[in-house]
Structures are given as structure tokens and as C-alpha cells.
Design a protein. Structure first.
Length: 107
């Protein structure tokens, strides 16, 4: 396997892990028989952040729930100056990716 093919294979694994909805990189690796240390190494090498790892956030995310969450199907999440309106049935993997991008830009 060429270095470029190996890089592509790992990028596909990282993408699959990030979009899987599995709560942690470790759990995804176990389910897919991928070495955890190798996964973290490639994430770092490809300059990506592990999305499903519980790590401390640099700031709190504000949630505006004017009405009780059970009473409404809309939720507003604020990260820095950005607000995101979430409706019932939203795509969890996409939301996690958007939050990660926003958090990486908020200092």
C-alpha cells in the first residue's frame, strides 16, 4: 500500500468514526477492530481532532430554553457570538461537527 493510499484509508476511518454517532473513539475502534493508539496518531498526523472523545471544553455552551424542552421542538445553542437553532429530528453527527468547528474558532 502506498503512503497516499494509507493516508486515504486512515482519513476514511477517521471520517467514519466522526460520523458514526458512537460516543467515543475508543468504542468505535473496538467495534471496527482498529487500534486506538493508531487512530489517535493518524488523527494528529492528519491534523484532525478526535470528535467523540470527552475532553474539557474551553467554554460553556449556552442553551436558550425559554419554554420547557418537552414543550417545544426547537432549541437554540449559542457558541460565542453564533446561535444555532436545532429542531426535532436533527442530525446528531452533523451538529457535533458544526460544534467542533465553532469551538475551534472561539478563543
Amino acid at each position: 500500500m502506498s503512503p497516499e493510499e494509507r493516508k486515504q484509508m486512515w482519513q476514511e476511518r477517521i471520517d467514519a468514526c466522526r460520523s458514526s454517532g458512537v460516543p467515543s473513539v475508543k468504542a468505535w475502534c473496538k467495534q471496527n477492530q482498529v487500534g486506538v493508539q493508531s487512530m489517535y496518531s493518524w488523527m494528529k498526523r492528519l491534523d484532525t481532532e478526535p470528535t467523540h472523545v470527552a475532553y474539557p471544553l474551553t467554554q460553556w455552551v449556552a442553551i436558550d430554553s425559554s419554554n420547557s424542552i418537552e414543550e417545544t421542538s426547537t432549541l437554540t445553542v449559542k457558541v460565542g457570538d453564533v446561535s444555532i437553532e436545532i429542531k426535532e429530528g436533527f442530525n446528531h453527527a452533523l451538529f457535533n461537527e458544526v460544534l467542533q468547528v465553532l469551538q475551534s474558532h472561539v478563543k
